[in-house]
Ligand binder design. Structure first.
Ligand code: AMP
Length: 110
């Protein structure tokens, strides 16, 4: 069965898409934690970091993040986060990176 994010990628569920290429689709998080909060999702349905194949769409996440940060005007910095599994609070079992910016970000994360 298609994941929630695949349904957004395929247009079956609405999503505020800000960037897409042959490998990834990026859309705004429905519950943003910062002025910019974009999810970068590989088109391939990889459940998460723990099951990452050696090759594939996910290799393009970093380059997409750089491009989206430029599109969003995040000249003062930003953060890229991937939650893996229960302890990290992963809720959607389709690999995705959170691109967060537009405000000062504290460290360490909770
Ligand atoms: P994670 O907790 O790392 O698995 O992140 C999942 C993210 O997906 C959360 O930040 C949610 O707010 C976000 N999310 C859930 N449903 C949607 C949706 N329909 N459109 C956009 N973002 C969503």
């Amino acid at each position: 069965m298609a994941t929630l994010f695949t349904k957004i990628i395929n247009g079956e569920i609405p999503g505020d898409i800000v960037y897409q290429d042959d490998y990834v689709v990026a859309f705004r998080d429905i519950t943003p934690v910062a002025p910019t909060h974009v999810l970068i999702v590989p088109r391939a349905e990889i459940p998460g970091l723990a099951t990452l194949p050696d090759e594939g769409d996910h290799l393009h996440i970093l380059n997409a993040a750089k491009k989206i940060a430029e599109l969003e005007g995040l000249t003062d910095g930003y953060r890229l986060v991937i939650n893996q599994g229960e302890d990290a609070g992963q809720t959607v079992p389709h690999l995705h990176a959170h691109l967060i910016g537009g405000r000062k970000l504290s460290w360490p994360p909770g």
